[in-house]
Design a protein around this ligand. Sequence first.
Ligand code: FAD
Length: 351
Amino acid sequence: MASITYAVLGAGVIGLSTAIELKTRFPDAKVIIAAKYFPGDRSIKYCSPWAGANWLSIATEDQVLHEWEAETYRRLQTIATSVPEAAVTKMDIHAFYDSPPEQAGIFAPGSKKLWYEDLVGGVSQIANADLATGAQFGYVIPTFMINTQGYLAWLNTECLRLGIEMRRSSFDDIRDFFHAVPANAYFNCTGLGSYHLKGVEDKALYPTKGQIMLVESPKVQLEHMYLRSPKRVDSDTTYVFPRNPSGGVILGGCRIDNDWSDKIDIDLAEDIKRRCCALAPELGKPEDLKVVYHCVGLRPGREGGPRMESEVMGGHLVIHNYGASGAGYQASWGMAQKAVDIMQQISQSNL
Ligand code: FAD
């Protein structure tokens, strides 16, 4: 019988990755995930199903984020090459920016090099003649497309394969979680849920609403992803992600801070179609696009960045691991690794 138990609250990409990291490092421990929503569920209170998603760093000079995203890039590389059922595809992105390079929010101050150039094996500058109309510059970046439906399903299956226990429960108060699931350490991976979760009630969290749609595959196959934006992080970012392997294309997007609603804006959807067709000729005309569904998701934004730290609450060790904003997929494995490192260091220092 396992003598050590670790309990994870939350089954989004962060909670599932953290549970897998725990069970992989401590195979003899019992790992339990408790959550209201699991892969397959859809709710405005569950961000992970609604992401695009890809790996394209938003970080510029934050070394901590660099480490988390670099670790995740390396893991995605392995997953893309050896686990076809995980629905992660190695794919270039053509990223166009409408601002001059020094104002596009992609370099650390004083630098003219993307921090991840070496990590991804080099990027190439897009020739002026091939830039999207009006764009100032652009790069071709080798990266990954993550089909979130397939990837979450795979993470879920991985948890089951590893013997991780799952419990569907919601808690108004994190202290109720401690009583319901006795454990040696707790991982708080509740995303935006920590805004309301009593005992945590982190008011630095805020939603950044995104709206996307899935359209049927166009007649002309897309060979790469597209992104166009005034700056790397902007409310008018346009993106086109072919959703391998099941087909279809994700079109986005928008970023609206502090909007908690699940309302789909049809005028915005028409604008997204128009922007995407102008960017990716393979899509054809906006009126020819066949929409499978529209959806919105709330990125777990947090002033000051993600919360990654330990806290002792009523004698219980809690590692907070939430607030990934628009980078939860691309930082997931690095965040999982760091959260488990923190727990391990504290456990060893208490021996
Ligand atoms: P969630 O997925 O929200 O999971 C939270 C979990 O906690 C759920 O299981 C929930 O049920 C549980 N929970 C919360 N409170 C409680 C409670 N009180 N009791 C019990 N359970 C609770 N990221 C990228 O890296 N790349 C992208 O290209 C990208 N594109 C995006 C595009 C859009 C339109 C959106 C909306 C997001 C995008 N993101 C992207 C961001 C990414 O989706 C999020 O960072 C990530 O999903 C956050 O995951 P999470 O596990 O922290 O939270």
